[in-house]
Design a protein around this ligand. Structure first.
Ligand SMILES: Cc1cc2nc3c(=O)[nH]c(=O)nc-3n(C[C@H](O)[C@H](O)[C@H](O)COP(=O)(O)OP(=O)(O)OC[C@H]3O[C@@H](n4cnc5c(N)ncnc54)[C@H](O)[C@@H]3O)c2cc1C
Length: 313
């Protein structure tokens, strides 16, 4: 089922960057947990079954064929200790190594207490088997519109640390994904860390997902929110994100802004849900229709706001 490729196993980030540069021209890809990439490059047994495509051709608008030239080399990151683990930094930020598996993130007390939306997103992803192998870096770099770890990371305002042989750069996560399966990662670059800012006091966050099955299912719509409440009891800051309703996970600034300066209430969240529905551009596909998705945005946004505010109080 899989095309032939050689696996290279560097021990350091620097070594991985050198290998990527060296083997890139012959066709090399980064291998994390493999739960996306190995599915994408498999050879279809049923001829009509096209593996997941790499988004739409910008010129024709038609879905592009999946990986037409499977990589000849996989640079496996699993032997690099620097890419593993969750760390509370001295300044209050939280850093997660790109190779940290999804299961370790949902099980972490630090994440559950400080980044609840991320814990909930990771908890909803796939099955125990997938969560044990799949990594947060893989979920982010795979850049799917419905990705369940990527979406809460955008709501939580994460920064991405990216390395290559030229050095390190850091970018806001919302500038990373440019379309389905597309990112600003340049050839030879590796995502190394996902860094979450220190949340002000009285901040809560939440994630929710609607899927056609209760487990092992990709989101029809997913939503996440981060809310801060000021000393006067009014909402002082908010970020809301939606997934599977646009070519990439989106921030919805108008809806978030309409919360600021208001006391949390059911009526307010309902109004914000209505605004959120005007900020998304879903399509109709086999998982759900455009109209259904828009209706569900209203429900899901209200739900995540209620939970995020509860976490903040
Ligand atoms: C049965 C099943 C169910 C699933 N259910 C869900 C679900 O409910 N929700 C969901 O969001 N996803 C789901 N997925 C998708 C997948 O499991 C996740 O996206 C997972 O987090 C991918 O991580 P990985 O480590 O396996 O990535 P890989 O497959 O190893 O890599 C994915 C892509 O990212 C690149 N990459 C990985 N790490 C880096 C890095 N550090 N730097 C640069 N590039 C990198 C790879 O080259 C590749 O292109 C499911 C998959 C399966 C097979």
């Amino acid at each position: 089922m899989l095309p032939r490729f050689d696996v290279l196993q560097p021990d350091t980030i620097k070594e991985a960057c050198v290998l990527l540069k060296q083997y890139g021209p012959q066709g090399a890809a980064v291998l994390a947990g493999g739960t996306d990439i190995l599915v994408d490059i498999r050879i279809p047994i049923i001829p009509e079954h096209l593996p997941r495509c790499k988004g739409c051709d910008p010129k024709t608008g038609k879905p592009q064929k999946a990986v037409e030239h499977p990589p000849e080399y996989m640079i496996a990151l699993s032997h690099i200790p620097e890419l593993q683990g969750i760390e509370a930094l001295q300044d209050g930020r939280i850093a997660i190594g790109a190779m940290t598996c999804i299961a370790a993130i949902c099980d972490s007390k630090l994440i559950q207490e400080n980044l609840q939306a991320l814990a909930e997103g990771c908890d909803s992803l796939g099955s125990p088997l997938v969560r044990n192998r799949g990594t947060i870096g893989g979920n982010i770099c795979n850049a799917r519109p419905a990705a369940d770890a990527l979406l809460p990371s955008v709501a939580l305002g994460a920064q991405l640390e990216i390395c290559s042989i030229k050095g390190t750069r850091t970018i806001p996560i919302e500038d990373f994904v440019t379309g389905p399966g597309r990112t600003t990662l340049a050839e030879g670059e590796i995502l190394t860390q996902i860094i979450f800012p220190k949340a002000p006091p009285q901040t809560g966050s939440s994630f929710t997902k609607l899927a056609n099955r209760k487990a092992l299912e990709i989101s029809v719509v997913n939503a996440a929110a981060k809310v801060t409440i000021g000393d006067d009891g009014k909402i002082s800051d908010a970020r809301i994100t939606l997934g599977a309703v646009a070519p990439k996970p989106i921030l919805i600034p108008k809806a978030a802004k309409s919360l600021i300066g208001n006391r949390p209430s059911s009526e307010l969240f309902e109004k914000v849900g209505e605004i959120a529905a005007t900020e998304c551009k879903p399509i109709t596909d086999h998982r759900g229709s455009k109209t259904y998705r828009v209706d569900m945005v209203k429900v899901l946004v209200k739900r995540v706001l209620e939970r995020a505010v509860k976490g903040a109080q």
